[in-house]
Design a protein around this ligand. Structure first.
Ligand SMILES: [Zn+2]
Length: 259
């Protein structure tokens, strides 16, 4: 009779994340909003240490003269991601208006939100030639007035994975992995290397995948200084057991190899 009691335990067993040989964990670096400071302060540092990252572009922030530069960034192997045209968030956080209309997220229908993301995807395609991109929810919010749009967004077919912010979550069990709600850890203004290490170590102990969100580096908003960003990059470059790669590269790998 003993073995019968073990069956439920077997069923709830976690499905371990498989990573490339020699790697114990993966860390994905993501930079939001398409800020000019990222081109000036981030890309040269990443290139120097041969680290590839993902940049989630918000059309409203992208400067015209930066478009050929973003194209070069993509050609170097960094990933461009979708962060919408207008960056709609719930009212009170970022109540943007579009020609006087309510631009808050709760004023959108699911169809309108998915359509906005589709048009942003076309803009990205014109820059990098790719037809599918990952998405980062502005303000990490996923609800329009009709409800949660994360599932319909992925079903539309032009977004492969979508990043949310659940304050330090990470992927360690493929059974709980939802490509429409990928966990992450957001850098606050003034964060130092020591503020990232507990998260990185937790991900390494769990042999999982962690995602870090940045905004401004050395300028703009929610700013992490150039010095502390550089310390983090230098730290990651030295960790032989941590795989640092773009968002879709890592998520494609774990979903294809962890079956
Ligand atoms: Zn944003």
């Amino acid at each position: 009779m003993m073995w019968l009691a073990l069956i439920p335990l077997w069923n709830v067993q976690a499905q371990k994340v498989q990573l490339p040989k020699g790697k114990k964990a993966a860390i994905v670096l993501t930079y939001d909003d398409g800020l000019h400071s990222q081109l000036e302060h981030v890309v040269p540092v990443l290139d120097k240490y041969k680290i590839k990252a993902t940049f989630f572009l918000w059309a409203g922030m992208v400067q015209e003269e930066d478009i050929p530069i973003w194209r070069k960034v993509s050609k170097k192997g960094h990933e461009l991601g979708n962060h919408s045209l207008y960056h709609p968030c719930n009212a009170g956080i970022n109540p943007d208006t579009i020609s006087g209309k309510c631009g808050s997220l709760e004023c959108y229908s699911i169809k309108e939100m998915v359509e906005e993301i589709r048009i942003m995807n076309l803009m990205l395609r014109a820059i990098d030639g790719k037809s599918v991109h990952p998405y980062a929810y502005p303000c990490s919010q996923t609800r329009v007035w009709e409800g949660d749009f994360s599932k319909p967004l992925l079903e539309a077919g032009f977004v492969n994975y979508a990043r949310t912010d659940d304050e330090g979550g990470f992927i360690s069990d493929l059974k709980n992995f939802n490509p429409a709600l990928v966990s992450s850890f957001a850098a606050h203004a003034g964060y130092k290397l020591e503020d990232f290490l507990p998260y990185i170590n937790k991900v390494r102990e769990a042999e999982g995948v962690g995602v870090i969100i940045f905004h401004g580096i050395g300028a703009d908003w929610l700013t992490v200084s150039d010095e502390e960003h550089l310390r983090l990059i230098q730290y990651l470059a030295k960790q032989r057991d941590i795989w640092v790669a773009p968002f879709s590269t890592v998520l494609d790998y774990i979903t294809k190899n962890s079956k």
